[in-house]
Design a protein around this ligand. Structure first.
Ligand SMILES: O=C[C@H](O)[C@H](O)[C@H](O)COP(=O)(O)O
Length: 258
C-alpha cells in the first residue's frame, strides 16, 4: 500500500474506533469537528444512522462550513449552539497531540469554532493518524500554531507576537526554563490557495502560523497569545481532550487517555 493510503486507512481506523466507542444511543447532542479525518467519522455516523443505531433525537453541532456540509449530506440532523448549549461529546481531528493530550488544531483554519464547541462539550475525543502522536507539541507539526486574528489588527498582532521572548514574556516556571524552543516566534500570514492574498476564515478573519519550535508549556503559550488584543483564537487546545485515538500504519488503532 502507498504511504498515502496508509495514512488514509489510519485516519479511518481512528475515526471508526472513536465513533463506535462513544456515539452510543444515549448521545443526543454531538459536536462534529473539521478536517479530513472527521470525514471518516461522518461516514461511520451515516452507517450507524442507517442501521438505526443512533438516538432518533441525535443533533449534530458543526464546527465549520465543511462540517456543516458533511452533516447535512450524511442525512444527520443539524443543530446549533443556541438551541443546544450542552454538548454530550465532540469528536474532532488534530494536527498534533502531546503526551498530556494537549493539541495543536487549526490546520484547516477551523480552530475558533472548534474550540467553542469543545468548550461547550462534556467530553472531547480526538482522532488522528500515527503522524500526529507526539511527546511534545511542535515535534512533528512544524507548520506553526494557527492564530486567528481580526484583519483590522493583523499588523499590530504580528508585531506583538514576533516580540514575544521564550522566557521574558512568561512568568513562573516558563520564565526560567523557556515556554518554547525558539528565542522569538516566526510569524507567517497564511496564504490562500487559488486566491490572491491571505486565507479568510469562516468568521472573516486571517490566520497566522506561529512557529515556536517545540512547545514546552502549551497552557502558558496559549494564554499569552490569546491575551494579545486582536487575537480571536489560538490553535493550542490545552487540557481539553480526555482521549485521543490514533490509527497506525499496520492497520490497527490505539487510544491514549488521561
Ligand atoms: O482546522 C482544522 C482542524 O483543526 C482539523 O481538525 C485539524 O487540522 C486536523 O485535520 P486533518 O484531520 O485533516 O489532519
Amino acid at each position: 500500500m502507498s504511504s498515502k493510503n496508509l495514512v488514509e486507512t489510519a485516519k479511518e481506523l481512528a475515526a471508526f474506533s472513536a465513533v463506535e466507542k462513544h456515539v452510543t444511543k444515549d448521545i443526543r447532542v454531538l459536536g462534529v469537528g473539521s478536517g479530513s479525518t472527521v470525514v471518516y467519522a461522518i461516514n461511520k455516523l451515516k452507517e450507524l444512522l442507517e442501521k438505526g443505531q443512533l438516538s432518533p433525537d441525535l443533533v449534530c453541532i458543526p464546527t465549520s462550513f465543511q462540517s456543516r456540509g458533511l452533516i447535512v449530506d450524511a442525512g444527520l440532523r443539524l443543530g446549533d449552539l443556541d438551541e443546544n448549549p450542552d454538548i454530550d461529546i465532540t469528536i474532532d481531528g488534530a494536527d498534533e497531540v502531546d503526551s498530556k493530550l494537549n493539541a495543536i488544531k487549526g490546520g484547516g483554519a477551523a480552530h475558533l469554532r472548534e474550540k467553542v464547541v469543545a468548550s461547550a462539550s462534556k467530553r472531547l475525543i480526538l482522532i488522528a493518524d500515527y503522524r500526529k502522536d507526539s511527546a511534545v507539541l511542535g515535534e512533528q507539526w512544524t507548520k506553526g500554531v494557527p492564530v486567528e486574528v481580526t484583519p483590522f489588527a493583523y499588523k499590530a498582532v504580528e508585531r506583538k507576537i514576533t516580540e514575544l521572548h521564550h522566557k521574558n514574556s512568561f512568568q513562573g516556571a516558563s520564565a526560567s526554563s523557556a515556554a518554547f524552543e525558539f528565542t522569538n516566534p516566526v510569524v507567517i500570514l497564511r496564504p490562500a490557495v487559488n486566491k490572491a492574498g491571505p486565507v479568510v476564515t469562516d468568521n472573516g478573519n486571517f490566520v497566522f502560523d506561529v512557529k515556536l519550535g517545540k512547545i514546552h508549556d502549551p497552557a502558558s503559550v496559549e494564554t499569552v497569545l490569546k491575551m494579545i488584543p486582536g487575537v480571536v483564537e489560538v490553535g493550542i487546545f490545552s487540557n481539553m481532550a480526555e482521549e485521543a485515538w490514533f490509527g497506525k500504519e499496520d492497520g490497527t488503532a490505539y487510544c491514549r487517555s488521561l
